[in-house]
Every structure is written in C-alpha cells, then in structure tokens.
Design a protein around this ligand. Structure first.
Ligand SMILES: *[C@@H]1O[C@H](CO)[C@@H](O)[C@H](O)[C@H]1NC(C)=O
Ligand SMILES: *[C@@H]1O[C@H](CO)[C@@H](O)[C@H](O)[C@H]1NC(C)=O
Ligand SMILES: *[C@@H]1O[C@H](CO)[C@@H](O)[C@H](O)[C@H]1NC(C)=O
Ligand SMILES: *[C@@H]1O[C@H](CO)[C@@H](O)[C@H](O)[C@H]1NC(C)=O
Length: 489
C-alpha cells in the first residue's frame, strides 16, 4: 500500500476503502448440518453473503454444500470427520482420493474458494478415550502430502481443530500454559508439522462450557464487559476468559519454541436454550461482546493484532447429540428456519442487524396438542411423551429453558407437536392414544420466548438423503409405523 502514489481525492478514497477492507479481517462462521430439516444450501449461502460472513467452516465435505459455495467468494474450511481419520491416515491413496474429490474438484470445476482442510474435529477430547490419538497425525501428514501433490500446497492449508482441553496451566495463569501431559509429545509433533507446513493452529474456546460445568465460575469473567475482577498474571491483567485462554495457548506454543505459529479460533459462541445460562440475552451479550472485543484488531496481550475467528454457529441443528447437554441443539445465531434470534452487529452490513433467510417454505399453520378432554393421569401420557421426546426435540423444556414455564399440559403438547412437526405434520404422527389432536390455533404462549414450531418443508436433496438413499418423508413414515406398533402392543 505504501508504494501507491496518492495523486488526488479519488485515490485517497480508494486507498481509504482499501485500508478499511484490510483492517476488518471479517468474521467467519461454522455451518453444521445435523438437522432433520436443513435449509437448502443455496438459502444458507445467501444468508452468509447477505450478512457479510467472509469465511465458513464445515464439518465434512458434502457435495451440495460445497457446490452452493462455489462462486460466492467465501473462504471455506472443509472438514474430515473423525470417523474418516483412520482411512485417510492409513492409506496415502485414500488421502489422495479425498483431496481429489473433496478439494481439487471443487476448486477447479465449481470455483469454491477452499483455503483450509480441518483434519478431524476435536479428536483429542478426553471423552473419546484416545480413539484418535494414533491416527490424527498420520491423517494430517497424508492430507498435506496429497495437497502438495495436487499442486495446492500453498493455496490450501491443513489444520486440526482442537478443543482448548489440549492445554492447561499448572499455575492457573496464562503464563503457566503448556500442552496436556498425556499428549505432550504428540502435540509437539503436530505443532512442528503445522509450523513447517505454514499452517495454523486451530482452537475452540468455550466460556459457556466453563460456566455450565463449574457452578463457581464467575459469570462476568465469561463475558467481555470488563466487569470481572481481573486475573493478574505478573502485572498483565486478564478481564475475560477468552483472552486468558487464548494466551495460555500462546504461552504453551512459545514455551515449546513456536511463538509465531498463527492461531485460528475455530469455534466461539454461546447457545440460546437448553440450560439456565443458555438464553438469548447471554448469547447476544457474548457474541456482540466478542465482536467488539476483536474489532479494531486489538487481539490479546500475547497476540496483539487481528483475530481470525469462526462463530459457533450459524444455525440450530435439531439432531445433534445431546450427550454434552441439552444446549447442543441451540448454538445458532439463526433458528433452524434461518431467522435471526437476536440483533448482532457483525460490522459487515450497514444496518448492523442480521439478515434472515429469504423464501423459506413452511408447512401449514397447524399443530399437534394434548386434547382438552385428555386426563393428565392417563397412563399413556408418560410413555407417549417419552416416545415423542426421544425421537423429536424436547430440549426447550426443563428448568431455565425457553419453555420451562409451561404447565404440565403445555409440556405434553410441546412434546407431541415437536414429534408431529419433525414428521412433516403427517396425520398419523398426531395419534397418541386418545391424547392428542391437530389444531389450527397456535398454542405458542403469548409471553416469553417459548415457541411451538411449524416445520419447514423438507429439502429432499439433503445430504443425508443422497448419502443413505432415503428421503426424510420415508424416515418419518418409518418412525410413525414404530409409533403405531407401540400403540398396538
Ligand atoms: C468426500 O467427503 C465426503 C463427505 O465428508 C465423504 O463422504 C467422501 O467419502 C469423501 N470422498 C472421498 C473420495 O474420500
Ligand atoms: C470411553 O470409556 C468409557 C469408560 O470405559 C465408556 O463408558 C465410554 O463409552 C467410552 N467412550 C467412547 C467414545 O468410546
Ligand atoms: C378416551 O378418553 C376418554 C375421556 O378421558 C375416556 O372416557 C375414554 O374411555 C378413553 N378411551 C380409550 C380408548 O382409552
Ligand atoms: C415439563 O417438562 C420438563 C422436562 O421434561 C420437566 O422438567 C418439568 O417438570 C415439566 N413441568 C411440568 C409442570 O410438568
């Protein structure tokens, strides 16, 4: 930029614009697809573009998803799921095939701007019992070789998105940061490989999970308002967990000789439901606070400068595993149907408000509810509710959630409706024995955030349908058949 001679006002204008574009690194976002009714990929790509997201992180390499991203200009991180690590790590041929099909082809034929390959997703989580410890590095190495062989070595970089549990601090201060002892050597092997390959370290940081798992965690320290009593690390004051956590990693890298390895924040965000601390107010406060915190490229004490981050996540996913907690299905800044949950200024659009999905096709305005004549003590109630909740989604029920204030009948109706909508409002999906009925009167309470949903029309070319060869309608019929069987028995 310094070499550009500034001759007149027009050039100054252009320069100013250029400088503005440079200083705004732009925010990325995670696009997960574990939804029973995913929006069409083109609709999602429109959301990404309308909101000025410049980068997107995927968890696999679904053909339709990547195709939709072609020509959008959006930078893409494609993912290799953990269950594919053994195959690409075990065979160079498999790695080459993966790169040919899921990277090269999309770059050449579909114009997709692929910049990173995420090899695995948090493969060293302690809950995986070490299943991926032996295979992650070979997979990383093979994919990197395959990229180089395909002539993409400088354009596409490898990385391994890791949970922040791969490092910790013995002193409790960032300066005490180092890699977890049980995987210390492995981490150094990986970090060295990333460094030699000119690739970044990717870490997922979750203050929400800290608050969720530790009732004594100071709430204010999770946010960015500067209201927490700071952590004093040898004179360096840390007012929020994000800075302290990222710097713990920075110290761990520095301690082991990799002070300059770039760091990407692969996931950061806050859920809106499914727990008492998961709500719209906190999610907005966290995400807006994070955006303001990183705007202007201030960075952290150890890593001043712009932070490359991907919000978690774009959209709710109603079939995610709830093993980690009921909040898992509520990380979206958008609801399953592409509506903004709260105002969020990403610094990318003029209005500062999120732009929702366009042309969303809903099913009819009808709901499945508990019959007014049905009795709460009917012995069929409990098994019916647990059946519905098991196959649909009741994570908005329970203490401190959006529908936590429903009465018993409301609870039951919520469960029935969730099952009915997930099954595309098939009439047989509202035949809980003598308990349920279809209504055109919206049962959504007039106060609060609890919503009795109306499902969107299934998108038949969905990834799951292509992959497994069945349609969502067939899926619905199968579960309805099971329901009928259960009822008969
Ligand atoms: C490409 O990625 C998809 C989605 O993750 C996967 O199912 C497929 O097996 C991959 N193709 C190859 C040739 O490995
Ligand atoms: C890990 O081990 C525990 C205890 O042995 C077991 O309950 C759990 O299912 C295992 N998890 C995985 C992902 O293998
Ligand atoms: C259905 O519910 C009504 C009202 O509670 C009751 O009188 C009737 O016996 C029930 N029928 C069956 C088949 O359970
Ligand atoms: C509603 O359901 C939730 C979760 O299943 C439960 O915790 C709560 O106690 C129920 N409320 C009533 C009034 O039945």
């Amino acid at each position: 930029m310094a070499k550009v001679a500034v001759k007149d006002g027009l050039n100054i204008g252009v320069l100013y614009l250029f400088a503005m574009l440079c200083s705004v690194t732009g925010i990325g976002v995670n696009w997960g697809t574990q939804a029973s009714h995913p929006l069409p990929p083109d609709t999602i790509v429109k959301i990404l573009r309308d909101n000025g997201f410049q980068r997107v992180k995927l968890f696999d390499a679904d053909y339709g998803t990547l195709k939709a991203l072609g020509k959008s200009g959006i930078e893409v991180m494609v993912g290799i799921p953990n269950d594919m690590l053994a195959s690409v790590g075990g065979s160079m041929k498999a790695a080459e095939k993966w790169v040919a099909k899921n990277v090269s082809q999309h770059i050449t034929s579909n114009n997709v701007n692929i910049r990173y390959v995420a090899v695995g997703n948090e493969p060293f989580l302690e809950t995986y019992n070490g299943s991926y410890l032996g295979i992650t590095f070979p997979a990383l190495r093979n994919i990197q070789s395959a990229l180089v062989k395909a002539g993409l070595g400088s354009q596409v970089k490898v990385t391994v998105p890791l949970n922040a549990d791969v490092y910790s601090s013995s002193s409790g201060y960032p300066s005490g940061g180092d890699f977890r002892t049980d995987i210390h050597d492995l981490m150094l092997t990986i970090v060295n490989f990333l460094s030699v390959s000119g690739a970044p370290f990717t870490v997922n940081i979750y203050p929400f999970i800290s608050l969720y798992s530790d009732p004594n965690f100071p709430v204010e320290y999770a946010f960015f308002d500067g209201n927490a009593s700071p952590l004093n690390d040898g004179g360096m004051l840390y007012y929020n967990m994000f800075d302290a956590n990222l710097d713990t990693l920075a110290y761990a890298l520095q301690k082991n000789g990799f002070a300059n390895l770039p760091i990407i924040v692969g996931e950061i965000g806050w859920p809106t439901d499914g727990d008492q601390n998961a709500n719209i107010e906190y999610a907005r406060r966290f995400n807006q606070g994070f955006m303001s915190h990183i705007s202007g490229g201030r960075g952290t004490p150890m890593r001043p400068g712009p932070i490359d981050a991907y919000l978690f996540s774009l959209i709710d996913e109603d079939v995610k595993s709830i093993a980690p907690g009921n909040f898992e299905r509520h990380w979206g800044t958008f609801t399953f149907d592409g509506q903004a949950k709260y105002p969020l200024n990403l610094g990318t659009t003029n209005s500062g408000a999120l732009v929702p999905a366009k042309d969303v096709h809903y099913l009819e305005k009808k709901w499945c509810v508990m019959r007014p004549s049905a009795r709460l003590d009917d012995p069929q109630v409990a098994p019916s509710v647990s059946y519905a909740c098991g196959l649909a989604d009741c994570t908005s029920l329970g203490y401190g959630t959006s529908c936590g204030n429903l009465d018993a009948r409301g609870n039951i109706s919520y469960a029935f409706n969730s099952y009915f909508q997930k099954n595309n409002q098939l009439e047989v999906a509202c035949k809980f024995p003598n308990l349920s009925m279809i209504t055109k009167i919206d049962p959504t309470p007039t106060v609060g955030n609890c919503k009795f949903q109306v499902m969107i029309q299934p998108y038949y070319e969905s990834a799951a349908a292509q992959r497994y060869g069945f349609t969502l309608k067939q899926l619905g019929l199968v579960s309805v058949l099971i329901l009928i069987l259960l009822t008969v028995l």
